[in-house]
Design a protein around this ligand. Structure first.
Ligand code: NPG
Length: 367
């Protein structure tokens, strides 16, 4: 099928609160939204790059360049099949978030054209997915405890708290003491070094489900060595960018759980391959989040219907982050489960009025 036009928009959506991690903080969600148009249909994809290259090396401005100069022209000249697009842009190295933004728009378009939800197309097995929340670093422990309380009451299946050097053992201890039975995890976003092993080992006593990405993103070997020192499983996020990364991590024992993010790995097809590698190695996976709007969130939900997504993911209710989302129906969790929206493609309709309201600038590309 031919692509008639691709629209690349820059959006800014205010967040309801400041989200703080070991590497920075965000109060406005700035992102690129891709609309791929065929004759009468549009497919939508969200780019999860950020303003600064802190979570990964990509940035919004860099992704805008790569999309506009290379990826969108490749799609416009080569047709709208997402698998063909992936092959065609294979020689372009890295730039996974930029690639995923357009590739997911093409998947959405193809599934809308076929009239089926993406979950059915990719081999999904469930109509709701278990979800938890990710809680950023808070100014005080008291505020964190209040937040945990609120989300446990809301029914979220797992609570993940951000940690950073100097803000770890006492924090986890306080949460565990107050909530002895919850499924609890921590995420360091690569903030520790192998020399911090004793601090990380001190977390072993708190019955955490896993410690997420304690060491640097390039340090698979260090994670394997750390895993031998800890009872708590290690979950990898930043370190897993490809099926090959997942295979190595499994082989050397660097991860017992994997967080899959479509943007981090370069698209839906690659996310599914990583899912399959992990399934073959007996490693359960869950779907991470990047503070997405409803477009990215809906795609995450479709992905998380695959069979090996057996741990609660990060796709919590959009209303936690945004006053008004850009999709209908709203993506809201019910007692810790996110219903898979039933429409074709990503399952939701994109509200053009809201998209327009949050758009800062847009560019149009034609063949
Ligand atoms: O989408 O609910 C969410 C947030 C999940 O914690 C979350 N994301 O390190 O995984 C992460 C973190 C993140 C957010 C990373 C934004 C980068 C940007």
């Amino acid at each position: 099928m031919h692509l008639r036009r691709v629209v690349l928009r820059r959006l800014e959506m205010p967040l309801k609160f400041r989200f703080r991690t070991s590497f920075g903080e965000t109060s406005v969600k700035r992102f690129l939204l891709v609309e791929a148009q065929s004759d009468d249909l549009s497919g939508w994809g969200e780019c999860v790059a950020e303003e600064e290259p802190l979570y990964s090396e990509e940035t919004n401005e860099g992704a805008r360049h790569v999309l506009g100069a290379l990826l969108i022209p490749a799609a416009l000249s080569g047709g709208s099949d997402p698998e063909e697009f992936e092959r065609r842009v294979g020689p372009i190295r890295g730039n996974r978030m930029a690639k995923a933004a357009l590739e997911t728009a093409l998947w959405d378009l193809a599934a809308r054209r076929a009239g089926v939800p993406l979950s059915a197309w990719i081999g999904g097995v469930r109509d709701r997915v278990a979800v938890g929340v990710s809680l950023g670093l808070q100014p005080t422990t008291g505020e964190l405890l209040e937040l945990v309380e609120r989300h446990v009451t809301d029914g979220y299946r797992r609570i993940k708290i951000k940690i950073a050097p100097g803000r770890d053992v006492a924090l986890v201890s306080a949460v565990r003491e107050r909530f002895p039975a919850i499924e609890l995890t921590v995420d360091a976003n690569a903030a520790y070094r192998p020399a911090d092993t004793d601090v990380l080992a001190a977390l072993d006593g708190f019955g955490l489900d896993y410690i997420e990405q304690p060491l640097g993103h390039e340090d698979l070997w260090g994670h394997a060595a750390l895993a031998r020192r800890l009872r708590t499983p290690i979950c990898l996020d930043e370190s897993i960018r490809s099926p090959a990364d997942a295979a190595v991590a499994a082989e050397i024992g660097a991860a017992r759980v994997v967080n899959i993010k479509i943007g981090r790995v370069g698209g839906l097809a690659e996310a599914r391959r990583i899912h399959d590698v992990c399934a073959g190695a007996g490693i359960p996976v869950w779907c991470g989040g990047m503070l997405e709007s409803g477009v990215g969130r809906a795609m995450n939900i479709q992905l998380a219907t695959l069979p090996n997504f057996t741990r609660p993911g990060d796709t919590s209710s959009a209303s936690r982050y945004f006053d008004e989302d850009i999709v209908d129906p709203p993506l809201e969790a019910v007692r810790g489960e996110m219903p898979v929206p039933g429409g074709a493609g990503i399952g939701v309709e994109v509200r053009r009025d809201r998209v327009q309201q949050y758009t800062i600038s847009s560019e149009e590309f034609t063949p």
